[in-house]
Design a protein around this ligand. Sequence first.
Ligand code: PMP
Length: 457
Amino acid sequence: MTDRKNVRPTAELQAADLAHHLHPFTDHTELAGEGGPRIITHGEGVWLWDSEGRRLLDGMAGLWCVNIGYGRPELGEVARRQMDRLAYYNTFFKTSHEPVVELSERLAGLLPDGLDHVFFANSGSEANDTAVRLVRNYWARHGQPERHVIISRRHAYHGSTILAASLGGMASMHDIPGIPVPGIVHAEPPYSWEAGADLDDPEFGARAADAVEEAILRAGADSVAAFIGEPVMGAGGVIVPPPGYWKRVQEICDRYGILLICDEVICGFGRMGEWFGAQSYAIRPDVMTMAKGLSSGYQPISAVAINARVAEPLLDRVGRFPHGFTYSGHPVAAAVALENLDIMARENLLGHVRVTAAPALQTGLATLRDHPLVGEVRGAGLVAALELTADKASRRPFDPAGSVATRVRDLCFERGLVTRAVREGLVFAPPLVISQDEVGELVTILKSCLDDVWAAL
Ligand code: PMP
């Protein structure tokens, strides 16, 4: 194990960070007011340590990505071996290398039937950009270039490039001029809490799916290329699809001949207890985007899988798809991803999620259902959310909106639990390796924070 101590003192690192480092999604005045960022030094399993020696239970698996947990020495060994052998080569000009060949083959074996070809990128955002170029390419090669519109959903998160931010449906992501770019239409999400419906009401499921059809008709069905959606919306607040939702969305896409893109950046690689969320919801995607759990965050790598229909213009027709990244299929990232998938299979992490971790998390959080601050507890597999409310009957948010969730989140942090606030909610997505006892610790800390914030209100 390498040295876990920083070379420089915390205060010095914080000052240098404030002076030079721009953080994603961060209010830098707030960060400066707090004296700078927390400095994380190392991790082990579901646990993180900061430079002050404090231990944190990572209820978010980093950013929903460290599926196999922290501190796996095998991955470092694989990376070093691959770097020594071939640290880099591209796959552009009729070349390939063993790690990328093996990873493509492995993924084709794990993916739902029909998804047989894989394109690599570095991030979820790039994977979604790639997916949009692929489906637009498909329609253009079929003589229908006017079919370019992508239907996405309000509250969705699909990444931070200009296109991925446009696919996303969070108002705050569209605050920068020029976003969303043209050609994206947002449908209402299947968000029962917000819609005043019951979480498991099939009638709401049908209504929510019909919102996708409404968006298609609004755009003009002949101009729609694809629908993109996460099986369970993650960063948008863990929005769990009501019964019947996906079946009907699939039928709608089929009826209009629209391609279906599943964004599996969060749901993929075990989080739902299957390799992919599409399997949990019997979705038949034409295109699937993946990242995060593909390497458990140990290396930046993402992928886009396509079925024969979308691959046909690429494979069977003359001409090339003008798209790719310097690091598409990076050999070190691919080797690390392979080892990560080996670990997941060897340790039967899918089984662990299904049998132990997910039931523990969902039943543990369900015990907080009657807490005076909690309006709803929902989840699927190993993601979950608590929806907080100022009034359970009317589902009224707090004033100012989100303030209480942020307070609970900050207190959790102080007490050694990482969670994330989304609107009025708190979301959870721990590493898949989390044990029953660790889930117990998570729930205990969370409850103490809810209690104390409630008492202080
Ligand atoms: N899609 C989904 C569903 C995501 O959750 C994220 C990241 N949170 C992305 C895409 C973007 O991935 P990246 O940050 O790697 O670009």
